[in-house]
Write a protein that binds this ligand. Structure first.
Ligand code: AP5
Ligand code: MG
Ligand code: ZN
Length: 213
């Protein structure tokens, strides 16, 4: 099963993608997590990506597409995967589509997690992220067992550099301009499903599971 998560920054794509990955035993692939891991490790790719991410801009397609195509070609992706944060532009979607078509494959579901902009800024300021394993928490909704420490791996949790309110505004603008057109793209392919992302995360997940059945 090949699934794409669509939605504004902070809509809960990552939160839901992790739950889907666990339930269906498929890898969760987040281009944002891949970039953040590279930034943390000080790689060339990380330094390049950081320039864009810190401003709330998209990393150029040339950098992003190659990383994603390499990742989905790996052995553990044989039975499918859930993509979180990719594609984010029409050209990215077209490249993915073409690569899959060459293998006689296609995306099965594009899940659009719908959350209005007003809710987003509030959510982001409460988010805490683990840059080691990619786990995400929220100081009110999903607190870690011990404040500031990742439940999974024990590393310190941080407020992401791009979660400052002014950067969030920029990310929302970029989302509406460059990513939202993908909703029409996947509607035209007959695979788009929209869920209400404003309800409790468990209820969002239930809505997704009933679509995937
Ligand atoms: P990326 O890491 O993908 O960030 P994003 O799309 O901005 O999305 P987020 O990760 O911020 O939000 P999310 O939807 O995953 O929400 P989450 O589950 O954490 O990308 C970062 C940057 O990398 C981009 O800006 C760009 O520069 C670059 N990049 C990445 N991919 C790229 C690509 N393909 N092309 C070009 N550039 C790319 O939830 C948010 C918060 O809300 C959390 O605290 C969570 O606990 C909480 N929450 C979740 N669900 C609920 C709920 N139902 N109720 C209440 N709270 C909830
Ligand atoms: Mg995310
Ligand atoms: Zn961790």
């Amino acid at each position: 099963m090949k699934i794409i998560m669509l939605g504004a920054p902070g809509a809960g794509k990552g939160t839901q993608a992790k739950m889907i990955a666990e339930r269906y035993q498929i890898p969760h692939i987040s281009t944002g997590d891949i970039f953040r891991a590279n930034i943390k490790n000080g790689t060339q790719l990380g330094m390049e990506a950081k320039k864009y991410m810190d401003q709330g801009l998209l990393v150029p397609d040339e950098l992003t597409v190659k990383i994603l195509l390499d990742r989905v070609a790996q052995e553990d992706c044989k039975n499918g995967y859930v993509l979180d944060g990719f594609p984010r532009t029409i050209p990215q979607a077209e490249v993915l589509d073409k690569a899959l078509a060459e293998l006689g494959e296609a995306i099965d579901y594009a899940i659009n997690v719908d959350v209005p902009d007003e809710n987003i800024v509030r959510r982001m300021s409460g988010r805490r992220a683990c840059l080691s394993c990619g786990a995400t928490y929220h100081v009110e909704h999903i607190p870690p067992k011990q404040e500031g420490v990742c439940d999974n791996c024990g590393q310190a949790l941080v407020l992401r550099d791009d979660d400052k309110p002014e950067t969030v505004q920029n990310r929302l603008k970029v989302y509406h301009e460059q990513t939202q057109p993908l909703i029409d793209f996947y509607t035209a392919k007959g695979v788009l499903k929209t869920v209400d992302g404003t309800v409790d995360m468990k209820d969002v997940f239930e809505a997704i599971v009933s679509i995937l059945k």
